[in-house]
Design a protein around this ligand. Structure first.
Ligand SMILES: Cc1cc2nc3c(=O)[nH]c(=O)nc-3n(C[C@H](O)[C@H](O)[C@H](O)COP(=O)(O)OP(=O)(O)OC[C@H]3O[C@@H](n4cnc5c(N)ncnc54)[C@H](O)[C@@H]3O)c2cc1C
Length: 421
């Protein structure tokens, strides 16, 4: 029997950050992390477009991204551990109405973003005026300006996971890979050893889980299982509140791509600014190491909710849906080629599109990252640790504070997030 104080199911970035902050808070905790994959960060963390921003419409999302970004910056700059972070900015493009929206104005007033003129964008190589046909057939808008997020950019999730993973090794956290947790049932706190237990009048907790590698017991269980949370927890009657939707990334390369890679708008940065095209929110994410661009989109309609083990990318989707829009704004990409592609899942909180971190009995759940789990992971790990330790206020990196219950179910304090991309 493997017995621990805390068992974390899921060795993605959320599980690792949670274990790290649990140990920082209480070094005596005996912690195990279980994952069905052969190593850490092989789930959606490995499929991410790996970008970060502190531009969110809800206060809590601004705080948890700001603090996580600053923590990663601290690791890279002060601890000298390369996390592949580039502060190359986030550029939202659109027509006048879009750029002048009140949320963007607020970012500029706060000093976390600045406006970019159409003229600057033309000089950077953007085609800002489209043909009438492109506008009417594909529902595109002209580019009349941009909003540039200043404390935003790209990073390497595998390096962040390696940082947490190495620290956890030193702290004595045990990893069990290739360990699939089966849908558990709650067990009686005081077993009577009578067939059919637990009865509805018995107090129940989760004390033991079954896996393909035997049973594991713990005082507390933490499920950082992202899009698979409901698959595991449904049998307990606890709702995971999250649904999965496939999201794809298409890597394009070639000499034409390298010309677009030059469009860096942040002073002192030689990496292309991550760019969000108008109308359909197609994201162009530079990958400086491979001299390529990753193209992705959060397409909502006619994209069903699902959670298979290994979602597949669809080349046809790229060619028919993304390529025509891409080449309307960047005609120079007409001969670019898809050199690689992959797909993962967004774990959507379909109500306010922000994480859920809550406790029910001795089970803590951290899920619902809604497409921004890398850029929030350190803060989420701290909230998990507070919840496990019974601490009401969570102090985030940089001394930002949120109520631990803000991301919970019963005392939730989150406005619906408008900026999910
Ligand atoms: C295409 C795409 C682009 C994205 N872009 C960004 C971005 O730019 N920036 C950003 O911040 N986020 C982005 N995301 C979202 C981000 O990838 C996720 O929010 C984040 O990786 C979630 O981390 P996690 O640790 O919660 O989940 P995961 O990394 O999925 O980890 C969950 C783990 O649980 C394990 N598990 C599940 N069930 C079981 C079981 N029964 N037994 C044992 N183990 C189990 C899985 O194997 C997995 O390793 C993107 C996602 C996708 C798909």
């Amino acid at each position: 029997m493997n017995r621990f104080d805390v068992i974390i199911v899921g060795a993605g970035i959320t599980g690792l950050a949670s274990a790290y902050h649990l140990k920082k808070m209480n070094e005596k905790l005996k912690i195990a992390i279980l994952d069905k994959k052969p190593a850490y960060c092989q789930g959606n963390t490995a499929k991410s477009a790996a970008a970060f921003r502190n531009l969110f419409s809800s206060d809590v999302n601004r705080k948890i991204t700001q603090s996580t970004i600053e923590f990663y910056r601290h690791v890279q700059n002060d601890l000298k551990i390369d996390l592949g972070m580039h502060f190359n900015g986030y550029l939202f493009l659109g027509d006048r109405k879009f750029i002048d929206n009140p949320t963007f104005k607020g970012f500029v007033e706060e000093g976390i973003a600045s406006y970019v003129s159409e003229q600057t964008l033309i000089s950077a190589g953007f085609r800002t005026k489209l043909s009438e046909e492109e506008i009417s057939v594909m529902n595109l808008s002209n580019i009349e300006g941009g909003l540039l997020g200043l404390n935003c950019g790209i990073l390497a999730p595998e390096k962040i996971c390696e940082f947490y993973g190495n620290e956890l090794g030193k702290m004595g956290v045990e990893f069990y890979f290739g360990t699939e947790v089966k849908a558990p049932s709650l067990q009686p706190v005081t077993p009577l050893n009578y067939p059919g237990e637990p009865f509805v009048w018995q107090k129940t907790v989760l004390s033991t889980i079954e896996t393909n590698r035997g049973e594991f017991s713990a005082s507390d269980f933490i499920f950082c299982t992202d899009v698979w949370t409901s698959d595991i927890l449904d049998s307990t009657g606890i709702d995971g509140h999250t649904r999965g939707k496939k999201r794809q990334v298409f890597q394009i390369s070639g000499p034409e791509v390298e010309t677009v890679m030059g469009t860096g708008l942040i002073e002192g940065q030689n990496v292309m600014t991550l760019t969000i095209l108008p109308s359909h929110e197609i994201v162009l994410r530079p990958d400086p190491e491979s001299h390529s661009i990753w193209v992705t989109i959060a397409d909502d309609y006619n994209r069903n909710f699902s959670t298979t083990e290994d979602p597949q990318p669809e080349r046809d989707f790229y060619e028919k849906s993304l390529f025509p829009i891409l080449t309307a704004y960047f005609p120079q990409l007409k001969n670019s080629k898809v050199s690689s592609m992959w797909a993962g899942y967004y774990a959507y909180n379909t109500i306010d599109k922000t994480h859920y971190v809550f406790r029910d009995k001795n089970i803590i759940v951290a899920t619902g990252s809604s497409g921004s789990g890398i850029m929030k992971a350190d803060a989420i790990g701290r909230v998990v640790a507070s919840l496990q330790g019974g601490i009401d206020k969570t102090v985030l990196f940089g001394d930002l504070v949120i109520d631990t219950s803000d991301l919970g179910i019963h005392k939730r304090k989150v406005k619906e997030e408008e900026m999910v991309i």
